[in-house]
Design a protein around this ligand. Structure first.
Ligand SMILES: [Fe+2]
Ligand SMILES: [Fe+2]
Length: 170
């Protein structure tokens, strides 16, 4: 609960600074992708940037340049499926609470837009990103970032575990 309150406060005070802009220009060179990222609510932009920064802080040593590039793109774009789903700090908190208290019922409520966004944003994100020229690994990361990482193997599985770890920390 304490963690949720902290996350809520962080969300309502979130902002993007110049340093973040420079980071976005470096990793989302395609202006259309940057435009897509900017359609996320500010608190989700902040979250995605923080996930990317945590990856660099925690895992730089074990990643080569190509892996870093894939993972940072994946981190910045992993929640784009939330665009237009009505998820904001309040509805997101509500979805988390309903999911915790009544998981079975909650999963049947996907006719409510923000609940649908809460559960199905990885698949929605993958569908959006397939229209862009992105490496398949990035799409894989986005589509699978809430699935149990134990079932994912090989190179993309390794990248997915890192993304999920850093997503959890933010
Ligand atoms: Fe997510
Ligand atoms: Fe996330």
């Amino acid at each position: 609960m304490k963690q949720r309150i902290k996350q809520f406060l962080k969300a309502i005070t979130a902002k993007i600074v110049l340093e973040d802009e420079e980071f976005l220009n470096k990793y989302l060179k395609d202006q259309r992708l940057k435009g897509l990222f900017r359609q996320l609510p500010v608190f989700e932009q902040r979250h995605s940037l923080d996930v990317a920064y945590t990856i660099l802080e925690k895992y730089s040593q074990v990643l080569d340049d190509n892996e870093k590039n894939l993972l940072i793109k994946g981190a910045l774009l992993h929640d784009v499926g939330k665009i237009g789903t009505g998820l904001n700090p309040l509805t997101k908190s509500l979805a988390v609470v309903i999911d915790k208290l009544f998981p079975q019922i909650a999963k049947k409520l996907t006719f409510i837009k923000f609940i649908d966004g809460y559960y199905n944003h990885p698949i929605k994100g993958g569908q959006i990103l397939k229209k862009y020229d992105l490496p398949p690994d990035v799409i894989y990361l986005v589509e699978n970032h809430h699935k149990n990482s134990k079932n994912h193997y090989g190179h993309s599985g390794k990248l997915l575990k890192i993304l999920m770890d850093c997503d959890d920390l933010n």
